[in-house]
Design a protein around this ligand. Structure first.
Ligand code: HEM
Length: 323
């Protein structure tokens, strides 16, 4: 697996995704502290670090996303065609921004940008992206299904495609929400640079900070949607073009054993999730500790920087924290 041609792209894409998840978690907590006027010095410092890190990771993730998509078109062209709902092969292949796939009539509906998919896949506006109707090739199908006529081969071709509508939707969910994540990262950096991000008395800034509070979920959705795309998109293969998932089933494992494992996993993960949310919430409510492990006092939104510094670092301040 390490030597797999897609490994490096995928590892980078997932790691950068996880960095965005972390940066957005920090931004969410800091935005909430700023809105509530609690731990504002800490929140400003952490928000500054997280916003810069999110913007930096956005650049890396954009490069990685481009490289990942071009890797998929090379190594798993059926997956790529499904992600974009491309059935026919023609020059200047357009990219559908959002919409749905009509699998019955084998068409895709939604706003499209002409030639964008060709450009993103090959860095060339004209080169066609191969459509599903010509994949897998007749030779490939004939080798696996000897004795069938060309018409019969065309009929069984869709058995070698994933569930196109689902792959299209999960992929577009990742792209649409991912673009919002990229936009929010740069917006935070711009507001920081202009000195506006911490002006919590401004209603527009307060509104934006609320968006950052809830945006914590956005990169999480991208991670899940991306994973669904990758795993559903490679079906029906467990080893691409060699072993079908249905042929890779172990006869030693019974269906009820699998169901039992799934239920057990689900219960354990629900328990872990509830514990995680509980602990995270109590940590957020408790706020940061200072260097010596003392709980930092919550400071009102109206305090100015010098007041905060005095409060935090004066002997008087320390004594009151110890209390
Ligand atoms: C907005 C532009 C993006 C593009 C063009 C893009 C492109 C892709 C592509 C082509 C795949 C399929 C990879 C494969 O099957 O080998 C993928 C998977 C994935 N993406 Fe994205 N992505 C984008 C944004 C994001 C963001 C923002 C995140 C996370 C915060 C993310 C997380 C993932 C994950 C976790 C996978 C599954 C990888 C795997 O299991 O190998 N993506 N992405």
């Amino acid at each position: 697996m390490i030597g797999n041609p897609s490994s490096l792209n995928r590892i980078c894409h997932v790691v950068f995704g996880a960095w965005l998840v972390g940066a957005f978690l920090v931004m969410s907590i800091c935005a909430w502290y700023l809105l509530k006027g609690r731990f504002t010095t800490f929140a400003r410092t952490s928000m500054t670090v997280a916003a810069c890190f999110a913007a930096f990771t956005t650049v890396l993730q954009s490069i990685s996303a481009d490289s990942t998509a071009r890797g998929v078109v090379r190594t798993q062209p059926i997956k790529l065609a499904s992600m974009e709902g491309v059935y026919e092969t023609h020059d200047y292949t357009p990219m559908t921004l959002f919409g749905y796939v009509d699998t019955k009539n084998q068409t895709v509906h939604g706003p499209q940008i002409p030639a964008l998919l060709s450009f993103l896949c090959f860095h060339n506006f004209k080169q066609p992206v191969q459509g599903l109707l010509s994949m897998p090739s007749d030779e490939f199908l004939a080798a696996r299904n000897p004795g069938l006529s060309p018409e019969e081969l065309a009929k069984i071709r869709p058995n070698y495609w994933p569930v196109v509508g689902a792959v299209f939707q999960t992929y577009h969910l990742m792209i649409c929400i991912g673009s919002a994540v990229f936009g929010l990262s740069f917006l935070a950096l711009t507001l920081l640079w202009r000195g506006w991000l911490f002006k919590t008395e401004n209603p527009l800034i307060r509104f934006l900070l609320w968006i950052y509070v809830f945006a914590v979920i956005a990169p999480q959705i991208c991670m899940q949607a991306g994973w669904f795309t990758a795993e559903m998109g490679r079906q029906p293969w467990i080893v691409y073009n060699m072993l079908k998932t249905s042929d890779g089933l172990s006869r030693a494992v019974q269906a009820n054993q699998v169901v039992f494992s799934i239920i057990l996993f689900a219960l354990i993960y629900i328990l872990l999730f509830v514990t995680f949310i509980y602990l995270l919430n109590s940590k957020i409510q408790h706020g940061p500790d200072d260097d010596e492990g003392h709980h930092t006092k919550a400071i009102g939104a109206s305090s100015d920087a010098s007041e905060i510094a005095e409060d935090l670092f004066s002997r008087k301040g320390r004594a009151s924290h110890q209390e």
